[in-house]
Ligand binder design. Structure first.
Ligand code: SF4
Length: 380
């Protein structure tokens, strides 16, 4: 019983930790299989950001148990809902992530099935946005030592990766500040590579980082994912987000004025308990006027244990679904507008799976003949 498979839910940090777990089990003599049906043991690396991720995890567990497959459950859902899971699925082995990962080197040797390598450099969040369960699942603030990051990047570059995506639960909380870390990396690693930041909070974007993006266009991708969540100050206040709509607007302008062709992507929650129709219209207007290049749109998910869970929901689900559809429509328009600006341009890209490539400013280009490393593509 040595064939194992890992099923991963959730964020880039979870995907990175899955690679750590995979390398550890292989080192302990297990064989990784690429199809869940071939496995004797399935490790589920769970997520609990939405109630949908909990439900999907439960249905996967039920399916696997019906085939008598042994299950190890780890991750944020296992952390938050441990008792409930063991009551519902007594034959599942729940191992908390920290226990599964302790005593193993927190660096990966490859990033299987990916052309770009994600590196986890930070863990934990203590911001307690009122809708978010993450600070309860990942409450230990941690930063990876710089030398470990540099060694890990160098190893992955020697293994053929060219784009490194730095990721964390709250990346901007990296102990030295992101800009200082990047400067150190760029000062010691002199190879053909580039770094992309997975996400950063608006109030962690300082002039240091903007200067670096301006001065390192080939090594630091001109793309930032900055979660807005709502375009209404009334809602942001109830979300316990630490900025106003106007602050956000100023930062976007500062970035656009200083970083050429920058891609700005964001997350939006639709249907937060106190969101009125006017609040939603303000959000729509803000997104459209500030010309984001992509929107990630999420219907509000009520998470037990968060402050927002106690708030009265003033909007019914069908209206929330309509707001989500409106923003998904807007997302299509904004993506096309951003893409069209670069048609005919040549940009630096890395290969993605299938005949696709990803440019520095986060454009996905189709029908591309693959090349190694960072190569030029003409936007068609
Ligand atoms: S910053 Fe807010 S939304 Fe992000 S992980 Fe922390 S609490 Fe959650």
């Amino acid at each position: 019983m040595k064939n194992f498979f890992i099923y991963t839910f959730g964020c880039k940090v979870n995907q990175y930790e899955t690679q750590l777990i995979r390398e550890q089990f292989i080192q302990n003599g297990y064989t990784y299989v690429n199809f869940i049906e071939e496995a004797d043991l399935v490790i589920i690396n769970s997520c609990t950001v939405t109630d949908q991720s909990d439900r999907q995890c439960n249905s996967l567990i039920s399916k696997l148990l019906s085939k008598n497959i042994k299950i190890i459950l780890t991750g944020c859902y296992a952390k938050i809902s441990n008792k409930k899971i063991l009551k519902e699925f007594p034959s599942v082995t729940v191992i908390q992530k920290n226990d599964l990962l302790k005593n193993i080197t927190q660096t990966i040797k490859s990033f299987d099935n990916h052309s770009r390598a994600f590196i986890k450099i930070q863990d934990g969040c203590n911001s307690f946005c009122s809708y978010c369960i993450v600070p309860y699942a990942r409450n230990i603030m941690w930063s990876k030592p710089i030398q470990d990051i540099i060694n890990e990047i160098s190893f992955l570059l020697d293994n053929g990766y060219t784009e490194i995506v730095l990721t964390g639960i709250h990346l901007g909380k990296y102990e030295t500040g992101i800009a200082n870390l990047l400067k150190q990396i760029f000062s010691v690693i002199n190879k053909d590579f580039r770094i992309r930041l997975s996400s950063i909070e608006m109030n962690e974007i300082d002039n240091n980082l903007i200067e670096l993006m301006k001065n390192e266009p080939l090594r630091l991708c001109n793309h930032l994912h900055i979660s807005l969540q709502s375009g209404s100050d009334n809602v942001l206040k109830q979300m316990n987000r630490k900025y106003t709509v106007d602050d956000f607007h100023k930062t976007l302008n500062n970035l656009k004025n200083n970083v050429k062709d920058i891609a700005l992507t964001t997350d939006i929650i639709c249907g937060f308990p106190n969101e009125t129709e006017n609040d939603f219209n303000d959000t729509y207007k803000f997104l459209n006027e500030n010309k984001f290049s992509r929107l990630h749109v999420f219907p509000y998910s009520n998470r037990k244990g968060t402050k927002a869970y106690e708030m009265k929901q003033i909007t019914d689900q069908s209206e929330i679904n309509q707001r989500v559809s409106k923003l998904l429509e807007l997302d299509k328009i904004l993506r096309n507008e951003f893409y069209s600006k670069f048609i005919g341009n040549t940009r630096k890209a890395v290969a993605l799976r299938g005949n696709q490539a990803l440019t520095d400013n986060y454009l996905t280009i189709k029908n591309i003949r693959h090349q190694k490393g960072i190569f030029d593509v003409v936007i068609n």
